[in-house]
Design a protein around this ligand. Sequence first.
Ligand SMILES: [Zn+2]
Length: 63
Amino acid sequence: MATMTKKYIDCSEFPSTLNCTLRISGTEEEVLRAAREHAISTHGHKDSPELRQQLQGAIHSET
Ligand SMILES: [Zn+2]
């Protein structure tokens, strides 16, 4: 396991009408999974390769 760095996604960085301030942190895999579920259930996104790509691009490394 080479990549155990903590990652996070800040939902407030996404353009949204909900003014969502959710912050999800964990391993990259956990963050991607939780963020995808959150985007679908809370923001009404459709699960798609584009969504995954968008989330992947929004991941930051915890400092
Ligand atoms: Zn959100």
